[in-house]
Structures are given as structure tokens and as C-alpha cells.
Design a protein. Structure first.
Length: 172
């Protein structure tokens, strides 16, 4: 009977894990690679087709916070409940504070008519000192579901505008 020393086995397992991570990161399943295609569908008014992209990616990368955030972002246009569930998964897998995800969660809560929760989360998000890259976001609309996309570079200002929008209580 052959025996393998525990340290050697541990080292081999860690090497295999490291190799598998580098493979998945370079295998073309990075959420960034699919954002422009999804935005094209969103701009054409087909949010479900955009969401399908990230729903598929979530099967391939089930612990990827960005995939879940992007799925939730797309779902905001047609199913705020599903969007909030996806964004909650993104929060579970996020490392650190993510103002983009938090802003999406604020909008999801608002669309679900949970304005007090949305305002509480917005206040917490604005008080964070983290920075976010520029991104395309939904512009809140008083008629109900979001329809207009806007390019955001200042996320604290965007979250404050969401806060103001929610505070006006003008949505249907």
C-alpha cells in the first residue's frame, strides 16, 4: 500500500485549485465581456434577452458577485422581485462595499414599494467612502418600471438622486 504525506497531498490540492482558478478566469466567462452585448439588448428594449445572458453565466459562475449584480440589474426592468433576489446573491458573494450593487438594491427595494428600506440602504451607501468605476445605471422613473439608461461617474450623487426620487413619493 502506497502512502502520501499529508503536506504533499495538501500542496497538490492547492496547486490543482490554483490551476482551475486561472482557467476559469481566462476561459471567456468574465462578466465584463458580456456587458456591452447586454446593454445593446437593454437599449433595444429587450431586458429579458439581456438578463438571459447573465442567467446563463450564473450557471457557469455561481459564486461571481458581478454576474449576479448584472443579472439583477437587467431584471430591474421587468421583475423587481427576481432582481432583488439576484442582487442579494451578489451581496453574499461580494468582497467589500460595492456602490453599484447597493444602488441597484436601493432601486429594487423602491420598485418593490419598500421605500423605508430603500431609503435606509441609500443613506448607508452614501456614507461609505468607497469608490466605484463609471457604469450604466437605470434612471428612476415616476411611471413605474425603469426604462431609461444613464451613464454614471459619481455614485454617491446617483444614490442621493435615488434618495430624492424615493422621498418625493410620486411613483405610481
Amino acid at each position: 500500500m502506497r502512502t502520501v504525506h499529508q503536506d504533499r497531498l495538501t500542496s497538490a490540492c492547492l496547486d490543482a485549485l490554483n490551476e482551475s482558478r486561472s482557467f476559469t478566469q481566462t476561459a471567456g466567462f468574465d462578466a465584463h465581456e458580456f456587458v456591452s452585448e447586454a446593454l445593446g439588448h437593454l437599449r433595444q428594449g429587450d431586458a429579458r434577452k439581456a438578463a438571459d445572458i447573465f442567467a446563463g453565466l450564473s450557471q457557469l459562475r455561481p459564486a461571481d458577485a458581478m454576474v449576479w449584480n448584472n443579472l439583477g440589474f437587467c431584471q430591474l426592468a421587468f421583475d423587481p422581485s427576481a432582481a432583488f433576489a439576484s442582487l442579494s446573491k451578489a451581496a453574499m458573494f461580494s468582497i467589500g462595499d460595492d456602490l453599484i450593487r447597493l444602488a441597484n438594491q436601493v432601486l429594487a427595494l423602491h420598485l418593490l414599494q419598500r421605500d423605508s428600506d430603500a431609503l435606509e440602504l441609500a443613506k448607508a451607501a452614501v456614507s461609505m467612502q468607497s469608490e466605484s468605476p463609471a457604469a450604466t445605471m437605470w434612471s428612476p422613473d415616476h411611471s413605474g418600471m425603469p426604462e431609461e439608461l444613464v451613464f454614471i461617474t459619481d455614485f454617491p450623487a446617483y444614490v442621493r438622486s435615488l434618495e430624492e426620487h424615493i422621498g418625493q413619493h410620486l411613483c405610481a
